[in-house]
Structure formats: structure tokens, C-alpha cells
Design a protein around this ligand. Structure first.
Ligand SMILES: [Zn+2]
Length: 75
């Protein structure tokens, strides 16, 4: 990930993001920032849900309702 370049001409003129890429162009570094943020939030969400499921005495992760297990369908 590229750090912000505060001295970039685009940044100084407020016509680009902090990486010196015009707002009209896609910026991979800005996308990466967003993806890392999204990932971190997802990890927090998962740990929060796992904690709550444990509190409720439920199995954590990979829970499949019995009625849709393949071996329950036929025989
Ligand atoms: Zn950027």
C-alpha cells in the first residue's frame, strides 16, 4: 500500500485522492484501504457473533440445519 503523498500537485489542488490519483481515475491504493477496512470490520463482526453464540450455547460456525443435510433427504 502506498502512503499518502501530501506534496503531490493533484493533492495540493484537491483534484485527486491522497495518493496523487485523480478522482476520475480508479485508485488501487484507495481500494486497498477500503478492502482492509472492510476485512477488519468483518473479522470484528465474526468474533462478536462467535462470542454471542457461545453465550447462547449454540455451535459456532458451519452450522447446518438438520433438515437440509443430504443424508436426511433420501433412504
Ligand atoms: Zn488513492
Amino acid at each position: 500500500m502506498k502512503p499518502h503523498d501530501a506534496m503531490h500537485p493533484y493533492v495540493l489542488r484537491f483534484i485527486g485522492c491522497g495518493h496523487g490519483v485523480l478522482f476520475s481515475d480508479p485508485c488501487v491504493d484507495c481500494e486497498l484501504v477500503g478492502l482492509h477496512d472492510q476485512y477488519n470490520r468483518a473479522v470484528k463482526t465474526i468474533s462478536k457473533i462467535q462470542g454471542r453464540l457461545k453465550e447462547l450455547g449454540e455451535p459456532v460456525g458451519g452450522y447446518v440445519p438438520k433438515q437440509i443435510k443430504p443424508k436426511m433427504v433420501t433412504k
